[in-house]
Write a protein that binds this ligand. Sequence first.
Ligand code: SER
Length: 595
Amino acid sequence: MRKLNSSQLRELYLKFFQARGHAVIHSASLIPENDPTVLFTTAGMHPLVPYLLGEKHPNGTRLTDVQKCVRTGDIDEVGDATHCTFFEMLGNWSLGDYFKKEAIAWSFEFLTSPEYLGIDVDHLAVSVFAGDEDAPRDEESAKLWEACGLPKERIFYLPKKNNWWGPAGQTGPCGPDTEMFIDTGKPKCCEECSPACDCGKYIEIWNDVFMQYNKTAEGTFEPLKQKNVDTGMGLERTICILNDVKSVYDTDLFTEALALIAEYSGKTYGESEAVTKAFRIIADHVRTAAFIIGDDRGVTPSNVDQGYVLRRLIRRAVRYGRQIGLRRGSLSLIADSYIQKYAEVYPEMVHNRDRVLDEINKEEERFIKTVSMGLKEFEKIASSLDGTFIDGKTAFRLYDTFGFPIEMTVELAKERGLTVDEEGFAKAFAEHQQKSHAGSEQRFKGGLADASEQTAKLHTATHLLQAMLRKVLGDEVKQKGSNITAERLRFDFSFGRPMTEEEVREVERLVNEAIAEGAEVTCEEMSVEEAKKKGAIGLFESKYGERVKVYTMGRFSCEICGGPHAKNLSSLGHFRIVKEQSSSAGVRRIKAVLE
Ligand code: SER
C-alpha cells in the first residue's frame, strides 16, 4: 500500500481516469443549483443529475472530478475518529458510455496496481447486489471481479439496503452498486460476518454505482434512457487507510489546523478525551464553515437554510473553543490556514478569502455578545425550574432571543442533569418559520428541525417504532428523547442492554408491516384522563395542558403528541434501522431512516 498524502491522491486519481479518456471537471458548488430538496451537495453525482438523466454534458461522456461535499446529518457524531461534516469525493462517470466491465476493471487496477494505490489483492473484498423485484442479482459484476483475481469467498451478495445507491434527494437516478472494502484482517465477528457488519473487519473504500433507474415521485423505478456509471471514493477515508491511521484528524489535511488550535489554546491534542473532542470539532466545523462561505455561491450566517447550518457550525466551534481556552478571534486564523492548504484545488477559497475571515469573525463576536446574556438567562431558568424539564417554548426563546442553537441548550441542560423538550422546540421553530415565510414553498432541510413533509413522516415512524419496541422488548421501554432531521429519526429509550440483531430486525419488520397496512393517522382532542383511559402512551405528562391531542395509527399506536404527522401510514415508504447503540447508562439510541 502506498502512503499518499491528500494532494498526491487527488492528482493520481484524476490522472488515472484522464489517461482513460475522462475529462477532468472542476468541483461544482457546495450549494446545489436547481435542487430544492437538499441544502448542500452531498455526493459527486449530485451536480451531474441532469446528465445522468440524459442531457448532453459539454465535456463528453466520460468525466472525473474531486467534489466538495457537506453532510450534516451526523453533526452530533463529529468529535469521534471518523465523522466530518465536510469531505471530498473522488469520482468518475460514464454517461451512457462504458458500463460494468470497464468500471470494475479500472477500479481494480487503481486499487491494486503498485503505480497507483498498491493495495494487496488479499486485503480486498467486494459486495454486489443480491437482486430483488426492482433489479436482478448482479452475477455479471461478481464474474468481473473473479476475472480480476478476487476469490469467490471475498465477493459478497448483499440486499438493497447495502448495495443500492440513491437517489440523492427524493427522486432521481439510482441503481445497484458494487462496493469495495479493505479487509483489515480482523477475525470474523460471527459466522455471517460480511461487509454489511459494522464490526470493523471491513472498511469501505469505493463505490461503483450502476445507474440504470430513475426513482419517480410515486416511488417506482423506471429504466433510464442511458446506462451510467457513478463512482465515489471518500478522500479523507482513503488517506486514512493508505497511511494506516485510525482517525481522519491524523491525516495531512488537519495538521496545520490542529497545530494552530494547540498554539491558540495552550492545550495539547490528545491530552484528554474532552480536549481531543474539542480540537476535532473546531477543526471540522471551521473547515466546513470556510468552504460554505468561500464557495462561489457561498452564503453567510443567518437563521434559515444553509445560513443556519453555517451559524450552527461556527457557534459550536466557538463554544468548544471556550471549553479549551481558545483565544478570541482564532477561528478565522484557523480558517485562513485551510484556505492556504486548499488554495490550489479550490482557488475560489482564495478569491473569497476576505469574506470567509470577516464572516467568521463577525459571527464569533455576535455569538459572544448574546451568549453572555443568554447564559445568565439560562441560569435563571434552570434555578427556577419546577422539575428537570425545560419546555420547548423556553428553549425556543433562548434560540430566538439569545441565539442559542437547540443543541447548545440541550448540552447545557445535560451538564445540569436536565432535559429539553426538543420536539416542542421543533414545533415552536416551525411555527416561527411558517409565520416568517407565510406561503413560501416547503422544502426539505438537511440536519435541521423543521416542519417538512419528510420530518412529519419520520415523526410518524417514531410512534410506530416506540410501539414495536414495546411489543418486542416489553413495557419497560419508555421514550427518553427524540430528535428528527429531514434525513433520519433518532429515538432514545430506556432499556438495560444492547438489542440483539434479531430484535432489531423484528422491530424493523413490524414497523414495515404496520406501514404496509396503510392505516389512516387520526387525531382526537381529549382530556389527559380520557387519553389515559384510552390507553394512550405519553411521556413528560407534566408538560401537557388540560386537553391533549391523541394520535392513533390503526391498531398499532396510540400516543399523546403535538405533531406534525403524516396523514396515512402508506406514505412512509420503507423503514430501516441504521444503528442501535448506547446513549447513556440504561438508555439505548436508535437511528432510523425512511427510504
Ligand atoms: N453516489 C455514490 C456515493 O455517494 C457513488 O459516487 O457513494
